[in-house]
Design a binder for this molecule. Structure first.
Ligand SMILES: Cc1cc2nc3c(=O)[nH]c(=O)nc-3n(C[C@H](O)[C@H](O)[C@H](O)COP(=O)(O)OP(=O)(O)OC[C@H]3O[C@@H](n4cnc5c(N)ncnc54)[C@H](O)[C@@H]3O)c2cc1C
Ligand code: SF4
Length: 517
């Protein structure tokens, strides 16, 4: 089957779904190719056992680590991509993240564009994804041309108490920016019911601002947009000079199909986009498409993170917990010369999900059942920036499989941030020794598999010798090939990546609309 489109977009997640959404109004013919299907709506969406213990919504892919050992990566092949399972914490990078930042393990390089360049696109992305937040509370945030489109999600009493305790301790807790379709002022009209199974779960009632609900579903039925699910792109073909992608090869229902488009935008997720370009090597691009600089697949990042459960004597009956953040340690402090990162809340632990944990991790409270632990738990997520190291990279073997080599960076900063969390906990009545790791969140028991925040692999820049993409996210070496997922990040900062991918897709979308006008 052959068909020609103005734009072919590969992958329907934060990058690809958002790009399709913004280009749809141009009237151009768009083909959205997604290897997964729609995520089924079923009671199991909100059941911790299938979600966390059985990994029902995690792909069955096998990737290989540096020793050639296979592992199951935390990737999600659905319309909407990883956003179907995400926690919807929709942060902007800090202005300082766009500049060069010195870390204990090296340099986080400057972006070719500044925060000011991104600001209008962040504003547009927050509007599209209906982000709830409260500007001005977090001293590290950049200027905003508009307030958040929705008021911040309120803290429940236990979290409000923690926030008050922190403020009294001299910290600057803020309401975490959040993409859920919650209308707290008019609850009967709210799509979101504010439940406890959000972060890491699909939303059964389609109330999460994920790329399927917000970006792709509204396009269904539009005459100029075609979505093909179960359509895995396996190769990109070029013309003889190697300057133009002329064929997008798809495996669908066991058949090989080829589509053509004036523009091809890859957005398969950082590892899979690199895989596709590497597996598309040809005479003119012997090391992979657009890889004359040997940068494709390199500089893979996914954050140096830690999920912990802090226990207090009092119960934590919070339902929706992901409402608070602390950036007091995001950059250097007077006591420590390096940036440490971000602390935020994550979804509330429950006993069923914790069953996936190693039993010895809970032995310190011998008289407590898992339910007791879960009832008292307050759950934190610590994120330290990891650096774009060339040796941290995606490669493919002769069978086209992903091999991921990764060594962590900034471990000292991450350890220091954990130490700061313990001090923070002392201000909130949660003794430091009552803290345990929460590995089931984001598959963290196998570090390299916890690739939820994957980024890098095709970074954008002005120098073709050190980057894959130009500032419009077009491959330096090809005239019609773009990459619009988190691959383009030259550095990852220490906040969650999705809003930046969405904002960038809107930015690239305007460039493409101008180019095709
Ligand atoms: C449990 C979890 C919690 C998270 N929480 C947050 C959070 O709170 N805040 C935040 O900012 N980020 C969060 N993230 C990360 C966020 O979801 C990702 O950063 C974001 O979705 C990345 O967007 P993307 O477009 O690069 O990739 P994705 O959204 O993963 O989209 C890639 C798409 O490409 C498709 N695809 C892959 N290969 C092919 C192929 N060969 N052919 C066709 N299609 C293909 C995939 O099926 C997928 O739909 C979380 C992720 C997870 C897993
Ligand atoms: S909190 Fe709201 S958005 Fe999240 S899963 Fe529940 S209903 Fe869906």
């Amino acid at each position: 089957m052959a068909d020609h489109y103005d734009v072919i977009i590969i992958g329907s997640g934060a990058g690809g779904g958002t790009l399709a959404h913004t280009l749809a109004s141009s009237g151009k013919r768009i083909l959205l190719l997604e290897r997964g299907d729609f995520l089924p709506r079923e009671l199991e969406n909100w059941d911790p056992k299938p979600v966390f213990v059985d990994g029902k919504y995690i792909s069955e892919d096998t990737w290989y680590d540096r020793d050639g050992k296979g592992f199951q990566p935390q990737v999600h092949y659905f319309v909407g991509g990883a956003t179907k399972l995400y926690g919807a914490a929709l942060y902007r990078l800090r202005p300082g993240d766009f500049g060069e930042l010195k870390h204990v393990s090296g340099i986080s390089p400057a972006w070719p564009l500044s925060y000011d360049d991104f600001e209008p696109w962040y504003t547009a992305a927050e509007r599209l994804y209906q982000v709830h937040g409260n500007g001005g509370e977090d001293p590290t945030e950049g200027h905003r041309s508009e307030p958040y489109p929705w008021p911040a999600v309120s803290h429940e009493p236990r979290i409000q108490q923690i926030s008050d305790d922190l403020a009294r301790g001299g910290y600057h807790p803020f309401h975490a920016p959040c993409g859920i379709l919650l209308n707290e002022a008019r609850r009967p009209e709210s799509t979101c019911i504010r439940c406890a199974t959000c972060d890491g779960y699909p939303c059964l009632v389609h109330a999460k601002s994920d790329a399927e609900v917000i970006a792709v579903r509204p396009l269904l039925g539009r005459p100029n947009v075609t979505l093909l699910t179960g359509a895995e792109v396996t190769k990109l073909e070029t013309d003889d000079p190697g300057r133009t992608v002329t064929g997008v090869v798809v495996s669908r229902d066991g058949n090989r199909e080829v589509y053509t488009g004036d523009i091809v935008a890859v957005s398969a997720g950082a590892a899979n986009s690199a895989k596709l370009l590497l597996n598309s090597a040809n005479d003119k691009h012997p090391n992979g498409l657009g890889n004359g600089s040997d940068q494709v697949g390199r500089n893979y990042m996914f954050h140096n993170c830690l999920a912990v459960v802090a226990l207090a004597k009092e119960k934590n009956d919070t339902v929706f917990q992901k409402t608070l953040g602390i950036n007091d340690f995001y950059f250097a402090t007077k006591d420590y010369q390096w940036p440490m990162g971000n602390i935020q809340m994550i979804g509330k632990s429950n006993a069923e999900a914790m069953r996936g944990e190693q039993p010895e991790k809970t032995m310190f409270a011998p008289n407590w059942t898992l339910s007791d632990v879960a009832e008292h738990a307050v759950d934190f997520w610590l994120t330290t920036e990891d650096l774009p190291v060339p040796e941290n990279r995606v490669r493919t073997d002769s069978g086209g499989n992903v091999h991921l080599t990764y060594s962590s960076t900034n471990d000292e900063e991450a350890g220091r941030l954990y130490g700061e969390l313990k001090k923070v906990l002392n201000h909130t009545g949660m003794a430091a020794h009552h803290v345990l790791r929460k590995n089931f969140y984001m598959n963290m028991s196998i570090p390299v598999a916890g690739c939820a925040h994957q980024a890098g692999t095709c970074r954008f820049g002005t120098d073709p010798a050190t980057s894959v993409l130009d500032v419009n996210c077009k491959a330096h070496e090809l005239d019609n090939l773009y990459v619009v997922d988190t691959s383009f990040f030259p550095s990852i900062g220490a906040v969650n990546p999705a809003l930046t991918a969405m904002a960038n897709a809107l930015r690239v979308g305007e460039h493409l609309a101008d180019r095709m006008a």
